[in-house]
Every structure is written in C-alpha cells, then in structure tokens.
Design a protein. Structure first.
Length: 277
C-alpha cells in the first residue's frame, strides 16, 4: 500500500475503503494498479473516470484483451453543511493554518464528525461505482485498482479530498480568507510570496567617514564602554519554511517514502549547528 499512499490522508482513504470492501478484490486491485493496467485516469467534478485493461481468458471466450470503463462518483456534501464545516475550520488555528499551507490536518476528520459529517468515505453511501466488466461484485478488481490510484493522487494534491466532496480549492481558500484568522494568515503568505526586489547592487557600498578625535590611545583600544563579562546564549529561532510547505509534504519531485518536511528540517538543523556564527 505504501507505494500508493505515503501521506496519512492517503492511507486513511484506503483504510476507510477497506472497512467495507472485500480484501481479495482489493488485493487484485493493487496488482492491477501496480502492473499499469489502468490506461487512463482523470478526476473532474467529483467523478473519477478510468479505463482499465482486463484479462484474456479463453475459458470464458475472451481471446483479446478487453478495455473496461470504470467510474467512481463521490456524493457531494451540501452547501449548507459545507458552510457549517468552513465556519468550524475557520475558528480553529490548528486547522486553518495547515490548510492554507496545502496540508490536511490530522484532526480534521474529528472536526467533521462533530457536525455529523464524514470527510473521508464512511461507507458506500458516500460514493457509487460502476464498471463495464461482467463481474457482479462491487467493487470489482478494476474499481479496486482505481481506488489506489485515487490514494496516490491524494498524496500529490490533498485538496482533491475537498473537490471530491463538492468544494473546489478556490472556494475553500476564498471562504477561509474571509475569517479573521484567515485574513492574517493570507496576508503573511502573500508577503512570503512577493517577487524578489531588483536592485543595482547586492553589496554594501563603502562610505568614507571622517576620523573621530581621540585624546588618549587607551580610549581607542578599550572603548568608552566595556564588553559584558558574560554573554547570554542566543534564543533558538525556528524557521517556518512557508515556501517549502506550500508544495505539500510529498511534492511531485519527491520520490522517496520518507517525509519531505522531516528531511528538510534535518538539513536545516545540520546547516545551523555546523555553520560558524
């Protein structure tokens, strides 16, 4: 499963489907997704459409590899319930700050449950599936294979979870930015995204100053004020890393299984501790 879901929300998506799906069919679906059986895959308006290659089986008279049309349609959350959910999210700094940084908070599902809603699929009532194959089971192995590709897509773009439930990324950010917390965070993010300022020189130009009059050489070497005998340690300053977090924990170029954020934090710690002050 790790190949298709590296983030916690991708894994939770698969775990939610495993609760009401046959393990044998899911296992065959994983092999279909692994072996490139899904020839086309797209998500639009809450509907997942895919074309899946079937199996040749002369016993059933199938001598040529068939292509099956598979769809997964997620049932949208109503506009009134989305308004209540957004109001709850906008009132909690731990939720709104992560969402504006393109991350899904790990406690967001609990927040939705307080409103009687399921953010992740809670059962077959939250979506419907169809496949043109002759298998009567639901999900069939073709639908199961598409499940894992959806989980992989969620790793790359967590806001697909909102779009699958009927709320676009633009509408979500627009509504969150209307709240006091959202306005403050949006202003900070816009400040971090300012383009670089063009200047004639990036170096401090030397300036000639007239020498100060010195009565005694002792004053020149020792100064007017003695340095403190002890120096307090500098406070630890944490870097928010907003530009890095804007791409999410598993950006498209990151092919490893470990967290991109944790790898960058380790790199920053090494640079900070080994670089001379």
């Amino acid at each position: 499963m790790s190949k298709f879901s590296r983030t916690w929300w991708g894994k939770k998506f698969i775990e939610a489907l495993e609760q009401f799906s046959d393990e044998g069919r899911l296992s065959r679906g994983r092999s279909y997704a692994n072996n490139g059986k899904v020839t086309s895959f797209k998500i639009k308006d809450g509907v997942v459409s895919a074309t899946v290659r079937g199996s040749v089986n002369p016993y059933f008279g199938v001598y040529k590899e068939p292509l099956y049309i598979t769809t997964i349609e997620f049932h949208p959350i109503s506009a009134a319930k989305w308004a209540a959910a957004i109001a709850l999210i906008a009132s909690r700094a731990s939720l709104i700050s992560r969402l504006l940084l393109n991350e899904i908070p790990d406690n967001i599902e609990d927040s939705f449950k307080t409103l009687g809603l399921n953010f992740l699929p809670g059962g077959k009532k939250d979506f419907s599936t169809t496949c043109s194959c002759p298998d009567w089971g639901n999900p069939c192995k073709h639908v199961a294979g598409v499940y894992y590709l959806v989980a992989a897509a969620l790793d790359r773009d967590p806001f697909l979870l909102f779009e699958l439930r009927g709320l676009s990324r633009e509408d979500l950010h627009k509504e969150l930015a209307k709240s006091p917390l959202g306005q403050a965070l949006a202003a900070e993010l816009q400040l971090a995204q300012r383009p670089p300022h063009v200047t004639a020189s990036y170096h401090t130009r030397p300036v000639t100053l007239p020498p100060e009059a010195i009565d005694h050489l002792r004053d020149f070497w020792h100064g007017a004020k003695r340095l403190p005998q002890t120096i307090d340690p500098l406070p630890q300053t944490l870097v928010a890393g907003i530009p890095i977090k804007k791409q999410g924990d598993f950006p498209a170029f990151w092919r490893r299984e470990n967290s991109f954020f944790e790898a960058m934090e380790t790199l920053y710690d090494q640079v900070r501790t080994k670089s001379p002050l």
